[in-house]
Each structure stands twice: as structure tokens, then as C-alpha cells.
Design a protein around this ligand. Structure first.
Ligand SMILES: [Zn+2]
Length: 291
């Protein structure tokens, strides 16, 4: 399924293509600091869009964000993918969902100019490739795939000692892009075109990046996994169990919230459920979201 995202300022349009959305993980599993007493004291825990009380699961999504700018079509984060061998994660293993058909219903694969992964975990690189005649090939035939330099260096080192790192996703979802000559390793603050640039936000992973869309002083950010769930707007100090450096990750959230609060800027995260894009307001004790 694909849905439009709230009107971004300026010449940008964004849609999300959803691979999965629903109650997914216990809050205290995703965010080890979100123990029941603390979690249930938050506003997000009272919002059925974000938390299912009956099952004690936070509602999450896996989606790609398609950004259309005056010059380019940019696909940000490529989810888990189909047919990927991920036996250590049953939710990711050998999926057969309609993601690609949903994406094709709004854009031709050959019209994607850039694929951009905010970081290289297995749920952000999956549709980089698809199975064709038994081999993993780039899904987007004309696209330049942009990867941040710090992130690539970190995972290349990890992969050299253990190819199964990140559930083996480098082997089937990254290496074929390099082999096809479509990978471009860029600086962590690379400008794609005027108004569209990468912003380093290390913490979730060493080279985690966000995408900043600016037009006439109005700014929106596609933030990947800098936040995993709306409760982190209230509790930016809660890092996910998947974060590489919890204190850097907290710092990245705090700086982002301080920079955009009360400016009307949108954040578009990789795992927030509908409505996904939120604006931030400050108040006496911190931050809150508004639609
Ligand atoms: Zn993720």
C-alpha cells in the first residue's frame, strides 16, 4: 500500500510505500528503558495509533519514502525485501509481500534517480535488490545508490570478519549494487541537489544519516531510525535496543528536536506508523508531537 505524506513545504512531495504496519514489539523490548510503569505514563502509550494495550505492543511500520523534488525521484530506505534468507528473524525471513507492485503503482522502477539508505541495517537495504534468474540484481536499473562513507566503512570492516553480520544483508542487498557499478559512496553531508542534502546523525549506527529538505527557510527531515517510535519525542533519552551507541543516539534525537521544535518542520521517520510525518512543539518539560 502507498499513502501520501502530509504536505511538505516547498516543491517537495513525499509518499510512503508500506511493507508492513501493525502492532509489532513490546515497548520494553524495543526501548529497554520503557519499562511498564514509565511507558504507561507517556502520552504515546494512551494513543491507539501508537500502542495496542491488549497485546502490549507498540505499533510500528516498515516503509520506504519516495521523495519527488523538482529534479529527482529519490527512494529513501528499502525495507526488508522479498525472498531474503533471514532465518534469525522470522518476520524478515523469505517474505513474499506486494511491496514492489505497490511501488510500481506510483512510479516506474526505471524512473528512480537515487536510492538512499539512511543506514545499512537489514530492514533498510532489502529492496536494493530483487531476485532475477536466481541472482540478486539491482531493483532500480537507472538509479545511483548513495551510501554514506562512514556507514560503508564500518560495515565493510564488520563483514570482512563475519559475512553474516546484519543477517547477511550485505551479501544479497549491498554487494550486488557495488558489483553492478551503481553504488556511490558519498560524504555524510553530501548535497544531492540544491535544498536536498544529507545530515550526519551518528548513534543508531556509526554513519547514520538523515535527509534535509529545505526551501525558503522551511525544512523537513527524513530521519530513518534516528527515532523508532513517537514515544521518543517525549522521551528522547530512550534509545532502542538496536542502537549502536545509546548516548550518541540520544544526542542525535535531542539536537534534532531542539532544531525543529516550533518551526513547523516535518520529521518523516522510517518506522512511525500512520500518520508517520509529525511536527514538533516544545513545552515546559520537553517536546510533544502535533499532526
Ligand atoms: Zn530500522
Amino acid at each position: 500500500m502507498s499513502t501520501a505524506i502530509a504536505d511538505l513545504p516547498g516543491p517537495f512531495a513525499a509518499r510512503r510505500v508500506i511493507e508492513f504496519e501493525g502492532p509489532y514489539l513490546a515497548p520494553e523490548f524495543l526501548l529497554p528503558d520503557a519499562q511498564p510503569g514509565a511507558f504507561l505514563a507517556t502520552k504515546a502509550s494512551q494513543d491507539p495509533r501508537f500502542y495496542e494495550k491488549a497485546t502490549n505492543k507498540v505499533v510500528m511500520a516498515n516503509h520506504s519514502i519516495l521523495i519527488v523534488t523538482p529534479r529527482s525521484k529519490i527512494l529513501v530506505d528499502t525495507c526488508i525485501g522479498n525472498n531474503k534468507h533471514r532465518p534469525r528473524n522470522p518476520h524478515w525471513h523469505m517474505r513474499t509481500g506486494p511491496f514492489l507492485e505497490d511501488l510500481k503503482s506510483i512510479v516506474a522502477l526505471a524512473d528512480i534517480d537515487y536510492v538512499l539508505c539512511t543506514h545499512l541495517h537489514g530492514d533498510h537495504v532489502g529492496w536494493n535488490t530483487h531476485l532475477q534468474d536466481g541472482r540478486w540484481r539491482p531493483t532500480f536499473p537507472r538509479a545511483k545508490y548513495l551510501f554514506g562513507r562512514t556507514e560503508v566503512a564500518f560495515w565493510q570492516k564488520a563483514i570482512s570478519s563475519d559475512p553474516e553480520t546484519n543477517h547477511g544483508s550485505w551479501v544479497d542487498s549491498m554487494q550486488p549494487i557495488f558489483d553492478a557499478g551503481q553504488a556511490i559512496v558519498v560524504d555524510d553531508d553530501y548535497e544531492i541537489e540544491p535544498g536536498v542534502r544529507l545530515v550526519p546523525a551518528p548513534g543508531h549506527t556509526p554513519g547514520n544519516i538523515m535527509i534535509r529538505l529545505e526551501h525558503g527557510g522551511a525544512i523537513s527531515y527524513v530521519i530513518g531510525d534516528t527515532m523508532h517510535h513517537p514515544v521518543q519525542i517525549e522521551r528522547p533519552e530512550w534509545s532502542s535496543k538496536f542502537c549502536w551507541d545509546k548516548s550518541l543516539s540520544t544526542q542525535a534525537r535531542q539536537s534534532l528536536l531542539e532544531a525543529i521544535a516550533d518551526t513547523g518542520a516535518w520529521i518523516i521517520p522510517a518506522h512511525f506508523p500512520t500518520p508517520t510525518a509529525l511536527r514538533i512543539e516544545s513545552h515546559a518539560h520537553g517536546f510533544k508531537s502535533c499532526g
